[in-house]
Design a protein around this ligand. Structure first.
Ligand SMILES: *Cc1c(COP(=O)(O)O)cnc(C)c1O
Length: 819
């Protein structure tokens, strides 16, 4: 981009001063940092707007096919810094602000992190939008404008406290309300049939409705003038109806509609990988899907007259089963509003919809009780029934007399609507998110579907955007990389492999490790400020940050810390490299055992950090409120990345990739994308341990294993487990961690003992941790391996993932935007 930066800087300053004046009646001298943030964001939005308009003109001109990425969650993180980078204006704006007496980083930190997602699934959606815009593909993100996003986590007395996230409180400067696209969404009532002399029409009557009103947030492509939209829907009462009902004296109904609108978008469900089965959740799903699908069809019909070719201009990618009602909603619109025959409508629908599976864990599978589903969505339920009836006929044809197949594959069975089955049957593509995961889908979980419709199944290994997780999150390393190999890596991460030639160069090793050290100092300061704990930036920063879930095995990590501490207590002179174990994790508000695990981590931290006798050789830190903003800083500072899920349970993981990009070494199981990471960097450059997914699946099929054998035969493990129930870490209440102890050893609960094979893998894990200790002493080996990890991360860009989606599933054309 060729811009005259002096003019630019002056213009920018003028814009900021103007925004301060008209928004806050303030001058630069008396503006607060928060006001400055708003004024700067509006000035940046101004730079985005022309590109945004031009992009949509270009869509229209080229009559471009569009992907609608439908997702209940978009965990975008802050926008200001990323937008500035994408506009390639970072240095100018930094200077302009400095000349006005402000620091860009401080202003960026004023932004409330839009946390409209839980964890990996929502973050993936955000990375995909970034890549789509940067690669120049026409795309909409479709989601919900939750008034309260993911809760903020506070730690009090070691316990997690959930605090509402009021991200909209001061207004969100980047969004634009689009009332002209408001759409009515109907719930409940009953379906009437009306005969018009030719055919029956199905009409929903006696329903309640809400008005879906979209807000668009710009998604700025890097350096290419492309600006796509994240469209999130707000709910409002349908005013005209409201008044009419009121006139009729139906006050009750008017108030009901008002409340329905208020509650529907009130809050994001804070469950990650877990189905809650709440009516409000199904309402949320249909709400944003109905609005998005209605709008997509309407937009198509503005410029096309043949609805039969809808799929040539639109594709719906369903992020997990949460948006699966899209299949039935598109059918409804085609049948009831466009008056198509079933077969025509079905052909269009199944050429438009595609489904991404994110988990094989049974507790995450969405199954709605028929009673609830049909009461809330009576017409949609009729359509699902007919889809099911026809699908069961197909099963019978393919497997005559095999009732077992029907039991296993039907969409409606045993009083429930199985959303994954509807998603598979209604889609032309079904993809897993890492090679291992897709293989497990094909050979185990979805075997019957794979055998019946193999052509639908494909793999798209997840990725992450290097623009956020290296260029923005780790500026020191980003400019070092650019110095060495040029800047093409920013839009094509495959170039990063060129770094490999520097891996053995001692000067480069020193530079690389010095950057890591600077980033560790930055994180150590943050820890000092937020936790009051002194950590030594020369110690190994060993990090596990991700949602708290039993399958992710934070418990195994902290049990190992307890084990190491026992060794140090027995032998205070034990020669170990000082290590800082860093955790960050939110637990779902209702997930008792996960919350108790957070308490355990903090209890262990309290004891260890305050024990002078171990000379600070180990420290334990729990970072409050893990979210995208602090994540960026944490990845940059990590030496060791803990990716220790029970093999087969983590579909892909994306945190693993962010660490690798930032030069951390992985300790991990052969699970999810770790398998492909090992392939890229070489298993000798990771610390791999534990049972394989085949072994785990075999043990599971045999009903588990007996952890008591390990308890009885391994004294050191037994000692750690006894410390859970003898008050070592909870002297006031020795019973506090009894549930965790029981989960590992007893079958008093309905689960198998040690469902996630923690004790089974423990020795192998401890041995891998010990290999890290030994390896870190060899500074050259470590530096070389860290550089090689960064250099081998090219595959894990979401740009690569998106190109594969486009090639195999979406078939989009790139657009070019000239200003
Ligand atoms: C990447 C990311 C995740 C996903 O992490 P995993 O280790 O893959 O589970 C969750 N939360 C945030 C904030 C992230 O940035």
């Amino acid at each position: 981009m060729n811009v005259d930066h002096t003019i630019h800087k002056t213009e920018f300053k003028k814009a900021v001063i103007y925004n301060l004046k008209i928004s806050y009646r303030r001058t630069i001298e008396d503006a607060t940092a928060a006001q400055m943030y708003q004024a700067v964001a509006l000035a940046v939005k101004d730079m985005i707007i022309d590109r945004w308009i031009a992009t949509h003109k270009e869509y229209e001109k080229q009559d471009a096919k569009v992907v609608y990425y439908m997702s209940m969650e978009f965990l975008t993180g802050r926008f200001l810094g990323n937008n500035i980078i994408s506009l390639c204006e970072q240095e100018e704006i930094r200077e302009a602000l400095a000349e006005m007496g402000f620091d860009l980083n401080t202003i960026e930190n004023q932004e409330r992190d839009p946390a409209l997602g839980n964890g990996g699934l929502g973050r993936l959606a955000a990375c995909f939008l970034d890549s789509l815009a940067t690669l120049g593909y026409p795309a909409y993100g479709c989601g919900i404008r939750y008034r309260y996003g993911m809760f903020k986590q506070k730690i009090e007395d070691g316990y997690q406290i959930e605090v509402p996230d009021e991200w909209l409180k001061d207004g969100y400067p980047f969004e634009i309300r689009r009332p002209e696209y408001a759409t009515e969404v109907k719930f409940g009532g009953y379906v009437d049939t009306e005969w018009d002399g030719h055919r029956n029409h199905f009409v929903q009557k006696g329903y309640q409705s809400v008005l879906a009103v979209p807000y668009d947030i710009p998604i700025v492509g890097y350096g290419n003038n492309v600006v796509n939209s994240l469209r999130i829907w707000d709910a409002q009462p349908v005013n005209t109806f409201n008044l009419k009902e009121f006139d009729k004296g139906d006050y009750q109904k008017a108030v009901e509609q008002e409340n329905l609108a208020k509650t529907i978008v009130e809050v994001l469900y804070p469950n990650d990988n877990h189905y809650a089965g709440k009516e409000l959740r199904l309402r949320q799903q249909y709400f944003f899907i109905s609005a998005s699908v209605q709008r997509a069809v309407k937009k198509y019909l503005e410029n096309h007259d043949d609805i039969h070719k809808f799929y040539e201009k639109a594709v719906f990618q369903m992020n997990d089963t949460h948006p699966t009602v899209a299949v039935a909603e598109l059918m409804r619109i085609l049948l009831d509003e466009q008056n198509l025959e079933w077969d025509e409508a079905w052909e269009i629908t199944t050429k438009t919809c595609a489904y991404t599976n994110h988990t094989i864990m049974s507790e995450a599978l969405e199954k709605w009780p028929i009673e609830l589903f049909s009461r809330l969505l009576p017409r949609i339920y009729q359509i699902v029934e007919e889809i099911n009836r026809r699908f069961v006929e197909e099963i019978k044809k393919a497997y005559p007399g095999d009732n077992e197949k029907i039991r296993k594959m039907a969409i409606i069975y045993d009083g429930q609507v199985r959303m994954a089955h509807l998603a598979i049957v209604g889609s032309f593509s079904v993809n897993g998110v890492a090679r291992l995961h897709t293989e497990i889908l094909k050979n185990e979980e979805l075997k019957d579907f794979y055998q019946m419709m193999p052509a639908k199944f494909n793999n798209k290994t997840n990725g992450i955007t290097q623009r956020r997780f290296l260029l923005h999150g780790n500026p020191l390393l980003a400019s070092w990389v650019t110095d060495k190999i040029g800047n093409e890596w920013i839009t094509d991460l495959s170039h990063i492999k060129k770094l490999a030639i520097y891996a053995d160069d001692e000067k480069c090793q020193r530079e690389f490790m010095n950057i890591k050290y600077q980033n560790k100092i930055r994180l150590a300061k943050y820890i000092k400020e937020h936790n009051g704990i002194d950590v030594d930036p020369r110690s190994i920063f060993d990090v596990q940050v991700k949602r708290l879930h039993e399958y992710k095995r934070q418990l195994m990590n902290i049990l190992h810390v307890m084990y190491l501490y026992n060794q140090l207590k027995d032998n205070p002179n034990m020669d170990i490299v000082p290590r800082t174990f860093i955790f960050g994790a939110k637990a779902a508000a209702g997930y008792t055992r996960a919350k108790l695990t957070i308490k355990l981590i903090n209890a262990v931290a309290d004891v260890i950090n305050n024990d002078r006798s171990i000379n600070g050789k180990i420290k334990v830190v729990f970072i409050e409120d893990y979210c995208v903003s602090n994540a960026e800083m944490i990845f940059a500072a990590a030496d060791v990345s803990e990716q220790i899920s029970t093999a087969s349970k983590e579909a892909s993981g994306t945190g693993n990739m962010k660490f690798m990009l930032n030069g951390a070494l992985t300790i991990g199981t052969m699970d999810g994308a770790n398998v492909e990471m090992a392939e890229e960097v070489g298993a000798e450059n990771m610390f791999i341990f534990g049972a394989s997914s085949d072994e785990i699946i075999n043990w599971e099929n045999q009903g588990g294993y007996n952890p008591m054998e390990i308890f009885n035969s391994d004294q050191e493990i037994r000692r750690v487990l006894m410390q859970l129930i003898n008050g070592s870490y909870s002297p006031q209440n020795p019973e506090l961690f009894r549930d965790i102890y029981n989960s590992l050893l007893n079958t008093q609960s309905s689960d198998r003992a040690d469902t996630y094979f923690i004790l089974k893998d423990f020795r192998s894990y401890a041995e891998a941790e010990d290999r890290i200790d030994k390896a870190y002493r060899d500074e050259k080996w470590w530096a070389r391996t860290a550089i090689l990890n960064t250099a081998s991360s090219g595959k894990f860009s979401s740009d690569r993932t998106i190109e594969e989606y486009v090639r195999d599933i979406w078939h989009l054309d790139k657009i070019k935007v000239e200003l």
